[in-house]
Design a protein around this ligand. Structure first.
Ligand SMILES: [Zn+2]
Ligand SMILES: [Zn+2]
Length: 254
């Protein structure tokens, strides 16, 4: 089997260990996998999933990072609760993302399917645990997956939406409930504070999806969580459908 990223041949060694650890098998070779920076659950921010172990301890308070504290204070979270992330952003994953986005290499999503599934199991487990402490247990239902959409223009450039490709790895029904009504300038051209201050949502909840969102837990899916503005703007657009809560899963926190 060839590595999805570098193309190196991966010898398919069947040992007792590889049989036991079927989950360890990904589409990436060992040397590519070793360049990824997975975020350990115990080190992650409880609200945005970032790796707190590489952050200045002064910016962390009770397992919550400074940015999340600011978001809380801003009163702009609305129904949005938390983000989960698998990897910390580094030069290597940046290369993978570029390949994934611009070379139309959606096959790379296969390389992350196991990791996506693993996090999704963690999300469900966490929710079950939370519900077991609650008196009324109304939230036991499954999440509805909503990928963060691209604008029509960018979708035409790329030919696929990477967030949707990642959502597909979870083998759950996907609702393409949101559209991106405005073509925003690329995020990288804005400063961090500009992005944090962005007021108007570019997202729109399509009317025919309103009834599918009502009373449901929504899990937004995207490739990367940067400032958290995109997720909150998308969650804001969903409020028209009265979901129970909105969380998100991003492959990378960067
Ligand atoms: Zn490789
Ligand atoms: Zn945080």
């Amino acid at each position: 089997m060839r590595c999805l990223f570098c193309g190196a041949d991966q010898p398919e060694v069947l040992t007792f260990r590889t049989l036991l650890l079927a989950e360890d098998k990904t589409g990436f070779c060992r040397s590519c996998r070793e360049q990824l920076a997975p975020i350990a659950v115990q080190n992650s921010c409880q609200l945005c999933g970032r790796d707190l172990s590489i952050l200045d301890p002064k910016l962390v308070h009770e397992h919550i990072c400074y940015d999340c504290t600011q978001w809380k204070k801003s009163g702009r979270n609305g129904l949005y609760e938390k983000n989960y992330a698998a990897y910390h952003y580094n030069a290597f994953i940046k290369d993978i993302l570029n390949q994934f986005k611009f070379r139309g290499d959606s096959v790379l999503a296969d390389g992350f399917a196991d990791e996506m599934k693993k996090i999704f199991r963690r999300i469900k487990k966490e929710q079950r645990l939370k519900n077991s402490f609650s008196l009324f247990r109304p939230h036991d239902e499954e999440y509805v997956l909503v990928p963060i959409p691209l604008s029509m223009k960018r979708l035409a450039e790329r030919g696929f939406n990477q967030a949707e490709v990642l959502a597909e790895t979870l083998d759950m029904p996907i609702l393409n409930a949101l559209t991106r009504v405005k073509h925003e300038p690329k995020q990288s051209k804005k400063t961090r504070s500009e992005r944090l201050l962005m007021r108007e949502t570019p997202f729109h909840l399509e009317n025919e999806y309103v009834s599918f969102i009502l009373g449901k837990k929504v899990l937004l899916i995207d490739d990367i969580y940067t400032t958290g503005a995109t997720m909150r703007l998308a969650a804001h657009a969903l409020t028209k459908g009265n979901p129970l809560r909105v969380d998100s899963l991003a492959l990378i926190h960067g």
